[in-house]
Design a protein around this ligand. Structure first.
Ligand code: FAD
Length: 278
C-alpha cells in the first residue's frame, strides 16, 4: 500500500485505484493520462510485462466511459533492450489503444533516447494518425528542429521544460533560458500545429498565461496537462474553460517517482507531510 506521504502524487498500486482516481477527476471535468510507473529496464521480460500491463489497462479503460489516455516511458517498454524491442512494444500498445479509441502519449527521457523515441513515434503515427503524441523538452537545444519535423507528422506534441539533468553541450541549463525556449516552443506550436495536436505540459503560471494568449490569437484547440498532486486547484479551475488532463502515475514502483517530485520542489514535501499529519 502507498503511504499517505506519497499518495498525493500516485494513484495507488493497481489499475483499479488509478481508474477510481480518473473517475474522480472526470467528475471535476479533468481527464486522466494513466501512467504505469516503471523505467530503465534492460531485461526483455520486464519490458514485455509492462507492455502487456498497458494492453490489459486499455481493456480496463474500455469497460468505463472515461475519456482516459495513457502515457508510456520508452525505457519501460524496451528501449534499454534494443530500439527494435521498443518499437515493437510501442506498436503493440498503440494498436491496442487505437482499437479502443484511447490516445497514447509517449514520455521523453534523457537526450540519449530522443532519436529512437521520435523515430518509433513517427512509425506509430503513420499507422494511427491522430492516435499518438510525444513529449518534447524545451531545455534541449535540438527541440526547435524537432518541433519543425513534427509539424508534418500526424502526432500531437506535449511541450515540457524537461526533467532530466542534461549537459550544457545539448541543453540550456539556466532556468531563464529554458523559460525563453518554452515560450518560443509554444509560439511555434500555435503557429504551425492543428487543433488537438498541442499539449501544454507545465504548472508555470507564466507559461499557462502565454498559452491562453496564443490560443485566443490562433483559435486553436489544445489542452493543459499537469501532474497529479501539483496545483490541482488550478487544474479544476482551468477545466471550466479549457481542456485539462492530469498525468496519473500508479503502480508498485512509486518510490522513485515520489523522490523525484520532492527533489524538484521542497514545498512538495511540506504538502505531503501535512497530508500525513492532518
Ligand atoms: P517549473 O519551472 O518547475 O516551475 C515554474 C513555476 O510553476 C513555479 O515558480 C511555480 O509558480 C509553479 N509551480 C511549479 N510546481 C509547483 C507546485 N508543486 N506547486 C505550486 N506551484 C508550482 N519531463 C520530461 O523530461 N519528459 C516528459 O515526458 C515529461 N512529461 C510531463 C508530463 C506532464 C503532464 C507534466 C506536467 C510534466 C512533464 N514533465 C516531463 C516534467 C517537466 O519537464 C518539468 O520538469 C516539470 O513540469 C516542472 O516544470 P514546470 O513547467 O511545471 O514549472
Amino acid at each position: 500500500m502507498i503511504p499517505p506521504i506519497a499518495d498525493r502524487f500516485v494513484a495507488g498500486e493497481s489499475p483499479a485505484t488509478a481508474l477510481a482516481h480518473a473517475a474522480d477527476l472526470d467528475d471535476g471535468g479533468v481527464n486522466a493520462i494513466l501512467n504505469l510507473l516503471g523505467e530503465h529496464y534492460h531485461d526483455r521480460r520486464e519490458a514485455d510485462a509492462d507492455a502487456d500491463a498497458y494492453v490489459s489497462l486499455l481493456a480496463d479503460v474500455a469497460t468505463t466511459d472515461l475519456d482516459a489516455r495513457i502515457s508510456v516511458k520508452p525505457s519501460q517498454i524496451g528501449l534499454g533492450v534494443g530500439d527494435d524491442v521498443f518499437a515493437e512494444n510501442l506498436a503493440r500498445i498503440v494498436d491496442a489503444a487505437a482499437e479502443r479509441g484511447v490516445f497514447c502519449w509517449v514520455d521523453m527521457e534523457d537526450h540519449t533516447t530522443t532519436d529512437a523515441t521520435l523515430d518509433a513515434v513517427v512509425g506509430t503515427a503513420d499507422a494511427h494518425p491522430g492516435g499518438v503524441g510525444v513529449a518534447l523538452q524545451a531545455n534541449l537545444r535540438r527541440t526547435s528542429a524537432d518541433l519543425e519535423r513534427f509539424a508534418d507528422v500526424p502526432a500531437a506534441v506535449r511541450l515540457v521544460k524537461g526533467a532530466y539533468d542534461e549537459p550544457e553541450s545539448v541543453a540550456y541549463t539556466e532556468k531563464a533560458a529554458v523559460n525563453e525556449q518554452y515560450r518560443a516552443g509554444l509560439d511555434y506550436l500555435f503557429a504551425h500545429y492543428d487543433d488537438g495536436e498541442i499539449a501544454v505540459g507545465s504548472h508555470d503560471p507564466a507559461m499557462i498565461d502565454h498559452a491562453k494568449t496564443l490560443a485566443a490569437e490562433h483559435d486553436t484547440a489544445f489542452e493543459f496537462q499537469m501532474l497529479m498532486g501539483v496545483r490541482e486547484d488550478t487544474q479544476f479551475a482551468l477545466a471550466a474553460e479549457y481542456e485539462v488532463a492530469q498525468y496519473v502515475p500508479y503502480g508498485g514502483k512509486w518510490l522513485q517517482y515520489f523522490y523525484r517530485r520532492v527533489a524538484e520542489r521542497r514545498e512538495n514535501l511540506v504538502f505531503a507531510a501535512r497530508a500525513v499529519l492532518s
